[in-house]
Design a protein around this ligand. Structure first.
Ligand SMILES: *[C@@H]1O[C@H](CO)[C@@H](O)[C@H](O)[C@H]1NC(C)=O
Ligand SMILES: *[C@@H]1O[C@H](CO)[C@@H](O)[C@H](O)[C@H]1NC(C)=O
Ligand SMILES: *[C@@H]1O[C@H](CO)[C@@H](O)[C@H](O)[C@H]1NC(C)=O
Ligand SMILES: *[C@@H]1O[C@H](CO)[C@@H](O)[C@H](O)[C@H]1NC(C)=O
Ligand SMILES: *[C@@H]1O[C@H](CO)[C@@H](O)[C@H](O)[C@H]1NC(C)=O
Length: 421
């Protein structure tokens, strides 16, 4: 089953009935969801989508005069290419217990994680050093402005990390965080600044848009629907998008042509890459129409890798991220191939972009970090069965990341691209 990357409509099938393959997959998904519950909506990402032969394209364009820039990263320094170095003098950037905004799915120490080493690694690019994260500079820059993260639970993790990096310099009475439906808003009152998160795992309208109840196995995205969520992003000065994991349900993805109100009838099924490309193009059009390149910035965070199968890193003991306390040392490690084709779509769409989008390429540097996931050290929504308790590997979350931890580095890279593009 080789997926095709072409966008030809010849590969579009009318979806009249479920193929046996899809049916088996759905049955399996329903089974696992019943078994594991909340937050396992994303773990089906490891299906191999093939290994495209074409090389990954170049998304790092040099744009002139970007808003908010105060300097430049040295020419020729790719900040995403580097290595992890042990640094217990400057890490972690904050303590877990000092940031009340971390959701209980990410507070690993509170939930009994015995080791802390995952907190002490600093990303060191080969060609230069990252500027240190300056919370004062960030908040001063956001004065009278809105910064908004849009995407899935991984982007929410990065959002919370950003709030944790900033909140300690704001006094207690001058900050708040409130959630209403899909939108969470952190307010820094004295700065008249907000840092917001908007839940939209596909960016487009989908049947997984409820911010709380979104465990839907038979996922469906509506074509041409970006404004459904996009109207809530208008007026943001800095936007940080992500979308990836929710697309990973198999080789093909279902797209609704009509509206959800009309009932679910006009559906086509296309290769996942094609569906993803459609969403990326919609996002680009929305950005071009609604963002001002002279005053605002847009970021896109690449795919967050998971560590579900230890065989991927050459350990055939049927393990996963559970009990991993060291990172993967092999600098060429890339994990499962499924992400390459998606990375390629991102590259192709961004290469054609007329709007400067700053690409936060966290995939490779996060690939090494099998040690940084929340694993079993998080709030469990459903009581665990004795069978699960006897076998922690079975319920370890190898998708999300502990805070403080890896995602603080994603924000250091965001900081770098914002001020020193
Ligand atoms: C992302 O970064 C990795 C590591 O530097 C690189 O191999 C890959 O080509 C980059 N991807 C894109 C689309 O720029
Ligand atoms: C952080 O940024 C502020 C505001 O631009 C500046 O005054 C301060 O010197 C910076 N701090 C460091 C350590 O660079
Ligand atoms: C606060 O910021 C908003 C933009 O987020 C702006 O419209 C408003 O004028 C600002 N208010 C003050 C008092 O500066
Ligand atoms: C929550 O958002 C809805 C619209 O999305 C709005 O009608 C409602 O007033 C908001 N509630 C609060 C408490 O802000
Ligand atoms: C965890 O890993 C250590 C070695 O790193 C091993 O000795 C131990 O048996 C493992 N524990 C479990 C429960 O797998």
């Amino acid at each position: 089953m080789k997926p095709h990357l072409s966008s030809s409509s010849s590969s579009v099938l009318r979806q009249a009935r479920l193929s046996p393959y899809v049916f088996t997959l759905l049955a399996f998904i329903v089974f696992v969801i019943v078994l594991y519950g909340e937050d396992f909506n994303c773990i089906f990402g490891q299906l191999d989508l093939g290994n495209p032969a074409r090389p990954i394209s170049r998304t790092e364009k040099k744009w002139e005069n970007l808003p908010f820039s105060i300097g430049e990263t040295p020419k020729g320094c790719d900040v995403f290419s580097g290595k992890w170095v042990w640094d217990d003098s400057t890490r972690p950037l904050y303590e877990e217990a000092d940031c009340p905004y971390i959701q209980p799915q990410l507070t690993c120490q509170e939930h009994g994680r015995p080791d802390k080493n995952y907190q002490y690694w600093r990303w060191q690019p080969h060609g230069c050093s990252l500027p240190s994260f300056n919370a004062t500079l960030m908040l001063e820059t956001l004065r009278g402005k809105r910064m908004m993260f849009v995407g899935d639970s991984l982007n929410r993790g990065q959002y919370v990390s950003m709030v944790c990096l900033l909140h300690s310099i704001i006094p207690e009475h001058a900050k708040s965080m409130k959630t209403n439906g899909s939108l969470t808003v952190f307010t820094a009152k004295d700065y008249n600044a907000t840092i917001e998160f908007y839940w939209a795992p596909f960016l487009l309208e989908s049947n997984s848009d409820d911010a709380v109840i979104h465990r839907i196995s038979d996922r469906l995205v509506r074509k041409g629907s970006i404004n459904k969520h996009g109207r809530h992003w208008k007026g943001a000065d800095i936007l940080v998008f992500n979308t990836y994991l929710w697309w990973m349900t198999g080789l093909r993805f279902k797209i609704l042509q009509g509206s959800f109100e009309d009932g679910v009838k006009d559906i086509v099924e296309v290769p996942t890459e094609e569906a993803y490309r459609m969403a990326m193009k919609s996002m680009m059009r929305w950005i071009k129409k609604n963002m001002d390149r002279k005053k605002t910035r847009v970021f896109f965070t690449s795919m967050s890798p998971s560590h579900q199968k230890s065989i991927d890193w050459g350990d055939d003991s049927n393990g996963n991220c559970y009990n991993q306390t060291t990172m993967i040392e092999d600098p060429t490690y890339w994990g499962t191939d499924s992400r390459k084709s998606i990375m390629q779509v991102i590259g192709e769409v961004f290469d054609k972009s007329k709007f400067p989008i700053s690409f936060i390429n966290i995939t490779q540097l996060s690939n090494y970090r099998r040690d940084a996931h929340t694993s079993i050290y998080k709030k469990q929504w459903n009581p665990l069965t004795p069978e699960q308790l006897a076998n922690p590997i079975s319920y370890a979350d190898c998708v999300h990341w502990c805070l403080p931890g890896l995602q603080d580095t994603w924000n250091e890279l965001l900081f770098t691209k914002l001020f020193y593009p």
